[in-house]
Ligand binder design. Structure first.
Ligand code: SAM
Length: 330
């Protein structure tokens, strides 16, 4: 047990280095370089213009954390995790953008005390058009991150919630429409509406037959006409006061019996989780306006708004998203 605990502590101590190995692995595109055949470190070094001895250190480290496998002759090939990584939508983009989060967490005490501005708080508004940016590449990169990572979130959400019998679904804060595109693929005849800030809708790629409605859920009433409203990765961006106002806004827009679907990564509450309470709680804290809430906290906010039949729908991968649904009383 002492050995196991020692190993667990050591993993916590060295986790930061593992993450940086992962980042170098992605930045240097090793999955692409090793896709066809195993290669020795010196060949990888030549292709990436790195010092061969340093590339060997990276390959050994990547092997140790399960991304690569090493043959007796000293060639490296992708291990299962390393091979799977490029195929996970949004994952490489997510790893690439972590430099910003690392800088924000560099002094964890100052961070926890809320001293100083964080970088994450500055760049998300660029992406969503609430602030101008003079760096279109950055904006494009993070929009892509949101859109690509939506693949898994939509997959989990659509497994947990069925939209059969729904007349019209409105996705509030739906960004460029990635969730609605996934819904369209499963429900070809469902009416769909996207609601987001007007600047964001300019970049939207709507699925066939969908319409869009621009506005702010903080200052405008949501349009009526949808009997189901989804909020995918929206609440965790905002403080309680904004969330209460948004839920009230959704409630008012729904007909009696209408349904709300909330899908986002959630904290664990009584049973804190690595994804919800260590990763997303700190990530959203770095964004400054929001927080990761537990199923219980979200359910309480729904209760408070007047929603009934509040229900947690378990997902297969809760590190991707959790789902809570509720109904406006008939
Ligand atoms: C984290 S993103 C999620 C986007 C999308 N639902 C997804 O999961 O990929 C939050 C979305 O909420 C939108 N949003 C933020 N504040 C808003 C407001 N006041 N009114 C309407 N949409 C807003 C943003 O523009 C953005 O598209």
């Amino acid at each position: 047990m002492a050995k196991k605990d020692g190993q667990a502590l050591f993993d916590l101590v060295s986790g930061f280095v593992y993450s940086q190995i992962l980042k170098a692995f992605v930045e240097l595109d090793l999955p692409e370089l090793l896709k066809k055949e195993p290669l020795p470190a010196w060949r990888l070094a030549a292709r990436t213009r790195m010092d061969p001895r340093r590339m060997e250190v990276l390959c050994q480290g990547a092997t140790a954390i399960g991304l690569l496998k090493r043959s007796r002759s000293g060639e490296y090939r992708l291990a299962r995790l390393g091979a799977a990584l490029p195929g996970v939508p949004g994952l490489s983009e997510m790893i690439r953008h972590h430099d910003v989060l690392y800088r924000d967490l560099e002094d964890p005490i100052a961070f926890l005390k809320g001293e100083g501005e964080t970088e994450l708080a500055r760049f998300w508004p660029y992406v969503f058009g609430q602030a101008g940016t003079n760096d279109p590449d950055l904006a494009a990169r993070y929009s892509r991150l949101m859109t690509e990572s939506q693949g898994l979130v939509a997959e989990e959400t659509l497994r947990a919630v069925k939209f059969d019998g729904v007349h019209r679904l409105m996705d509030v804060g739906g960004g460029t429409g990635a969730f609605l595109r996934a819904v369209r693929a499963e429900y070809p005849t469902l009416r769909l509406r996207l609601f987001d800030l007007p600047a964001v809708l300019e970049e939207a790629d709507l699925p066939d037959g969908a319409d869009s409605h621009g506005g702010s859920f903080q200052t405008d009433a949501l349009p009526k006409g949808a009997d189901t409203i989804s909020l995918v990765r929206v609440l965790y961006d905002h403080a309680d006061a904004t969330v209460k106002q948004l839920l009230r806004n959704v409630y008012d827009a729904l007909p009696p019996g209408g349904r709300i679907v909330i899908s986002e990564p959630m904290a664990g509450g009584d049973t804190p989780t690595r994804a919800g309470d260590a990763y997303f709680a700190f990530y959203t804290m770095a964004m400054q306006t929001g927080c990761a809430r537990s199923v219980v906290q979200i359910s309480e906010l729904l209760d408070l708004t007047g929603f009934a039949d509040v229900e947690h729908r378990p997902t297969y991968r809760d590190f991707v998203t959790s789902v809570v649904v509720a109904r406006k009383p008939a």
